[in-house]
Ligand binder design. Sequence first.
Ligand code: TRP
Ligand code: ZN
Length: 475
Amino acid sequence: MNRIAAPLMLLVALLAVASPVAAAPYLAGSSGSGDPFFPLAGNGGYDVHHYSLRLAYDQPANSLEGSAVIRARATENLYRFDLDLRDFLAVSRVTVNFRPASYSQEQGQELVITPRRKIKAGERIRISVDYAGTPEPVIDPDEALDGWVPTDDGALVVNEPQGSPGWYPVNDSPRDKATYDFRVAVAEGKTAVANGELVSQRTRGGWTTWHWSQDEPMSPYLATATNGTFLTEKYEANGLFMYDAVDPKTRVDEADPPNPTLAFKRLDAQPEIIAFFSDLYGTYPFSAGGGIIDWAPDVGYALESQTRTNYDRIPDATTVVHEIAHQWFGDAVTLSVWPDIWLNEGFATFSEWIYDERHAGPPAQEVFDELCATPEDSKEGQDLWFPAPAALKDASQLFGTPVYSRGAMTLQALRTAVGDDAFFRILRRWYAQNRYGNVTTADFIALSERVSGQQLDDLFDAWLYEEGRPAVCDS
Ligand code: TRP
Ligand code: ZN
């Protein structure tokens, strides 16, 4: 730049800044979405509509290659924005609207993208990300594993609460629901199972690509791409596309022999359970269903992946009921922030109780009474009564006993207070009004009061917010 041009340029710049018609400023999208427990999860400035994920997993080498196309819409004027992707996956190329964009990987899980051209609020954007690496499971605050968890013949893929960025670039907020398709390539002879319906399966050059499509909105943590050696069954039940996959080596526990027959027997109960909850809560939310029973004992839990639950071992019958109930409460109606996890787990646990009550088992009230009798100063009491389920102190408490058992007791206490008629109207309306959406505890309290016509603050305070054994357990 020469000596004359410089002052001229400065003048032009000053005029531009001072101009009264200057548009809203362009911002860097936030690196988080405001979750109290996971500040870097999710991002600001845009809303994803669809993920198209191509993955190739070389299991013996434990090497994952991915190529993601993300369709989104900007919600702010952006000169820069983030996706979530763990840094053990190295990015090799990013485009925004088909033009190469600059990027950097920061803070362990932020992929910071600066497009060639700024993006206006409301504009549609197409983002592509190529990446590869050795996937590592994500270790949660409670020491559980999630994300891409290698097994002896593939990987179990479960993401609650923060595993998704361990295998795909994502706006990892439960509030940003999107549709998905998956094209997962694995060695010929192996199976890759994702959410929704199987579109096609093609083998070429020793690799089989499994194409799955999830056409209803899904929170990122409910995506899956579990793969390995599986026995599979495809069928129709209740008008749904059903697909089950069972690892021939799966067992109940390390000490037991492999028992794929027992695994399939557990899954045989799915159609009846789906019909039962469809009747009780409202039509099943998705076009597909099924289960994946792997052998991944290091995981230690099952996950209600949308349409297709992942089990790390052969589940008991009650666990299958629990995971299917999550399709209504958790998957279709989803928490907004992680501290509200009781809205998922309390509802799924209550669903176990009502299922048993209506299948010649003990009434839910009996289970409630037994738990109520647990003294506060016992080891079980410490475990059950602390912390209060909607007042968790940190992320290590997300999957603790209060969230499940005391969360379910909250619903049974509500049932007793308002009567069966109002209670099941509340649950049906909760589902009907919030299907494919996100909710908060305050929303549930407000709906309960509206439908029942009762003031319920004291009840919810005692069950959800005040730690220790509720006084009502003594009356
Ligand atoms: N949501 C699962 C269920 O109840 C459990 C779960 C998911 C979990 N992630 C976890 C339990 C992490 C412990 C740790 O079916
Ligand atoms: Zn659960």
